[in-house]
Ligand binder design. Sequence first.
Ligand code: ANZ
Ligand code: ZN
Ligand code: ZN
Length: 855
Amino acid sequence: MPRTITEREPEVRYEPQRIEQKWAERWAADPSLYAADDPAAITASGGTPKPKYYVLEMLPYPSGALHMGHVRNYAIGDALARHMWMKGYNVLHPMGWDSFGLPAENAALKNNREPREWTLSNIAAMKRQMHRLGFAYDWANEVTTCLPDYYRWNQWFFLKLYEHDKVYRKKSKVNWCPECATVLANEQVVNGCCWRHETTPVEQRDLEQWACRTTDYSDELLDGLDKLEGWPEKVRTMQRNWIGRSKGAEVTFKLEDVPAGAAQDVTVFTTRIDTIYGATSVQLAPEHPVVKALAEQDSKLRAEVDAMIAEQKQAKQTGDIGTLEKHGVPTSAVAVNPFNGERIPVWVANYILMDYGTGAIMSVPGHDERDFEFATKYGIAIRRVIAAAIPEQDTELPFIAKDGLLVNSDEWNSLTCAEALQKMVARAEDKGFGNPKVTYRLKDWGISRQRYWGTPIPMIYCDDCGIVPVPESDLPVLLPPQVDLTLTGGSPLGRVPEFVNVPCPKCGKPGRRETDTMDTFVDSSWYFYRYVDAHNSTAPFDSAKANYWFPIDQYIGGVEHAILHLIYSRFWTKFMRDLGLIKNDEPVTRLFTLGMVLKDGGKMSKSLGNVVSPDEMVARFGGDATRAYTLFATAPDREMDWQDAGVEGVQRFLSRAYRYVARNANGEDAAWRAEANVPVSDDLSAEARALRRKLHQTIKRISDEFAGRWHFNTCIAAIMELVNAMYAAEDAASQSKVTIPVTVVAEAMRNVTLLLHPFAPYVAHEMWEMLGESSNLLKAPWPKYDAELAKEDEVEIPIQINGKLRSKILVAPDATDDAMREAALADQRVVAAMEGKQLVKAIVVKGKLVNLVLR
Ligand code: ANZ
Ligand code: ZN
Ligand code: ZN
């Protein structure tokens, strides 16, 4: 005799703090709870291997406390990891600390804390927060980039890069404070002055620094993007633009009236050699060597050029270089167009950059927007050399189209642009004044930093031998402790004689260590490989392990890392592949970028005082409610606006789900459990059947979201609806004596718990236990749905004949136009009405209406 739910028992209170503490303790007591299976052990056991799944969230900088953006990021990753565990995958879900960098030095200066001590205590605090939020990380493979067991491998990679000529010394500009007598990071330049000396302007100095040859991989980095179909299109576009491959030509113009010592010609880079008859000036970057030579003779020009250089530098720092108001100055020099011998003026312009192309352009105002603006401003000639193929389609200048015909271009007239591009560059090459040229925006990656808190670069300078790499066996080069960062003068490591003075490894004479440290992007370029084998002391990682786990199946993080981190790590992967360490070409198969967490429509920031602390939310509402709210508020790729009331609402929902189970489940009652596993009979009341349909629809929806768009907000909303339906069925049962068999209730409770687990793991574990389950919920099989029951309810569609209502049909809510039309034509009343008539057309309004036009 199946028991039925007829009457509510007394309420149980939902106490997140108590429940969460209980489970946090249990989880902490089992360090291998979230450990992945070792690939070697899997093969050895001979069983059918589980498929692997590597889910990774970007590691935080240990600033001292998690912010809500972290919580949201990690809630997304954790939901996915838990889901994949339930789906039976061998899941790797690690965490670590991107723990070198400037803030630790700033803290040292401000609070007199040792960077290492400050960093490690922050890590401990943030790790506590992560534990409290219940994130399922395999801490056994934690990576802390500021510790020597990690950074020694940065040094090892540096030696490999050096050995393969992928790192070299390059002259680069740095910010220099004459007062500090030291190099400043960009962040330490405030309004053009030193952050510690507000009235001391920062100078530019040329310094030899280490740079990685990322540009050796430009083409591969670019072409590989086409294959990264699991990456957001916007990220791929950002990377494409950053690499900025541009196919064009270099053309050399002879110069007249330039000083004797200076170059007597100038080479421009152009993507439109077909427009060269429209070139009415040559424009040079203010830093161009020819400009320098001209300015040496002309103090007025020099002043103007210096101002332009300063303006460009400022704009580069603020990122406004593209929107600068264009201006320039004429010079006394003249350039000769090699195609027609025309003599055109040479200008210096602020919109020409020295570090792109050749730092010189031929200006074609008729067909280039920027040149047009400039020429109009200064009265420089504007000439049309491209016309539309169909004359009526000609538009005013500037005429940008690339599919026209050449005019005003002598023998090249009436060629198409495409033909002219080819033929004219061939002529230039033939005559020796030009050549085809591919240009990239991507630059080599300068990795030297004149800072303390970073990986020491393992190089030694010897007066006799030059630059000598530290022998591999001498790694790691340890960062010396207790360096006084309050002192000024030179780079911090340069002030530590015990560090600097070292015998040359080659000749044994006194040598000097490199005092630069590495850019922290080096740390994050390969940290995720270290996770597969974090305690390896003989290699950065075991290749077999990396080959098993890589590429990362899903990477989740902020879009602010779409360019630098994700280009450098792609570069590092390609270099490691070429070293033979790994087989994959790319580190990450799928990338997800989450939206920002805002408060009152603005960014959360300390200066605005609108930062919502995760600790406070956890204390008020519990860890489950806090993390589930970050998923419930909106879709994970959208910006979310934090509302405390929203967390409270989620907490109320969790409480409802918990109380339902607490009341209806009886953990000690084995008989009840046996019944719960009995298949549900078909012979059910309408209410019971409706509840089952709702359940299976919910399982389907959530399963689809995990496999598809990740709209976890709709997943949580669907569980809320399901819980409401459970209460409604209970009410119906108590009021009208409708029978809801225990088996149906048990099915609903069991599955609600399974569905809730990825989003609110604490309460789900508690519910699981209340249901009498002793198995590990983390690996409980993800629920399956009955496809028939999961079908969404059909909707009623009116059928009109010539605009008049004639019948109604039931169709699935997502029925296609064709399916709706066919269903309408099969309807009995429609068949009758159509007798002897002809169907002219069927007008279908999807999900709403069908109108049949008959004649
Ligand atoms: C003549 C011309 C005519 C151009 C025309 C464009 C359109 P992308 O595609 O971004 O590579 N250019 C070249 N070097 C430059 C520099 N250092 N600073 C600013 N502008 C520079 O752009 C290449 C085009 O940008 C080049 O082709 C050049 O202008 C300009 F109807 O040459 B063009
Ligand atoms: Zn200073
Ligand atoms: Zn030597």
